[in-house]
Design a protein around this ligand. Structure first.
Ligand code: CTP
Length: 411
């Protein structure tokens, strides 16, 4: 974890309807506050059967509202006051009953009233359903969910898995970290709305025999951060990942590959369907010319084996040479002379933008510094020099790519 304030300056209303998932709402609140949001909590009567307002008050630092008849509000209009300055109302958990209330515009409880009284154009309604799988699958709930979505609400989840009742299926509330990621994405500017972005990430693994291979120290973190940042910016993102153990960013389509040949096979048919291609993968330049069918045994041999290598295709150069290539961004991981090598790659692979970084200083780390090299000159990220965490850099880079796309007459 780092102390990035992804929700600094944002104001949220966090609504809790009744459900056992209320226990996760406390952790969600903690994450929202830690990310810099100011959060006002509203709880239904049913929610208070599962968790107390005391807990939520302690975590939010604000009085928790539970009734529209609360005389503490000076103008006695909590339902109006709450959403006039809020960026969004997030209901987590949103029970089947709450969805039914919202679908009908009912306002018998403060939470329904707040959702109904919010300014539709300015204050989004995000709902994280949580209920038993039969309740979620019931035609009445599905009808209500479709209705609230057509009325402008956004559903976050539900996900699938083991439920508190012991059954397994759809209806689990998303985990607090997943909800946080979705809320941040929802509230982010959308310079890549309608854009499709294809990204390669991580190392490749070039097999020698069934148990050994050639690979490198790329962690994939920068590519995964870029996938998340592009999705936050509104793009439809496909991530072709070499062998790494990183969680897939929310809302991103992931294709796992091992070798450079597999990566090329995943990228090539998709490249022309995307407006932007970002090649962050540390693709192995060579692979063993022959793959041994069985493990190569030491056996008592005196001489170590000698491997012949053959060159891998340059995925980025192939995509950049397509008749109608996407906007191609290359990465240059170097150990010295960053600007010179990055510009050589820009020209050799005929790219509009190359992003340089010092490989040994960045592999596996959370922080990095980037040098953007294009036909006009050079630019460092972070702008003032120094280093920044990879997600912060990824967001800044995505903004730069979006700006250049607009200048070139893209979307
Ligand atoms: N790249 C690629 N396919 C390859 C090799 C590289 O798509 N077979 C991409 C990388 O994803 C990166 C860029 O090309 O965006 C530069 O990769 P790098 O390995 O730094 O450069 P090379 O072209 O391999 O040149 P060199 O090894 O001389 O540094």
């Amino acid at each position: 974890m780092n102390d990035r304030q992804d929700l600094a300056g944002k104001r949220l209303v966090l609504g809790l309807a009744g459900g056992v998932a209320c226990y996760k709402a406390a952790e969600l609140l903690r994450l929202l506050v830690k990310a810099g949001a100011r959060v006002q909590v509203v709880m239904t009567d049913a929610a208070q059967q599962f968790i107390t307002p005391m807990t939520m008050q302690a975590l939010s630092g604000e009085p928790v509202l539970t009734s529209q008849w609360d005389v503490r509000e000076p103008n006695a209009m909590a339902h109006i006051n709450l959403t006039r300055h809020a960026d969004a109302v997030l209901v987590a958990p949103a029970s089947a009953d709450l969805l039914a209330q919202l679908a009908q515009g009912r306002a018998a409880e403060l939470l329904g009233l707040v959702c109904l009284a919010r300014p539709l154009a300015r204050c989004a309604l995000l709902l994280a359903p949580a209920m038993n799988r039969e309740m979620w699958a019931h035609p009445a709930t599905q009808r209500n969910a479709a209705q609230v979505v057509s009325d402008g609400a956004v559903l976050l989840g539900p996900s699938s898995g083991a439920q508190a009742c012991g059954e397994i299926g759809d209806g689990r509330m998303l985990e607090p970290e997943e909800l946080l990621e979705d809320v941040i994405a929802f509230l982010s500017p959308k310079p890549l709305a309608g854009e499709r972005v294809l990204i390669t990430a991580g190392p490749t693994f070039e097999a020698i025999d069934p148990v050994r291979g050639l690979t490198n120290r790329s962690s994939g973190k920068m590519g995964f951060a870029l996938a998340r940042a592009a999705r936050e910016a509104g793009a439809d993102v496909t991530l072709v990942a070499g062998p790494v153990h990183l969680p897939t960013p929310r809302g991103v389509t992931r294709i796992d590959v091992q070798s450079a040949q597999e990566m090329l096979a995943a990228v090539l048919p998709r490249a022309a369907l995307h407006g932007i291609f970002i090649a962050t993968a540390a693709v192995a330049d060579w692979r063993p010319a022959r793959l041994a069918e069985h493990k190569i045994k030491k056996g008592g041999k005196k001489q170590p084996p000698v491997f012949e290598l053959t060159e891998n295709a340059d995925i980025l150069a192939i995509v950049a040479a397509l008749p109608e290539p996407p906007y191609c961004v290359g990465f240059a991981a170097e150990s010295e002379h960053l600007a010179v090598h990055a510009r050589t790659k820009l020209e050799r692979k005929k790219l509009p933008l190359v992003v340089g970084n010092l490989g040994p200083a960045t592999f596996g780390r959370d922080d990095n510094a980037l040098l953007l090299v294009d036909a006009h000159g050079e630019q460092t990220l972070p702008a003032g020099g120094g280093t920044a965490d990879k997600l912060t850099l990824a967001r800044a880079l995505v903004a730069e790519i979006a700006r250049r796309r607009v200048e070139r007459g893209g979307t």
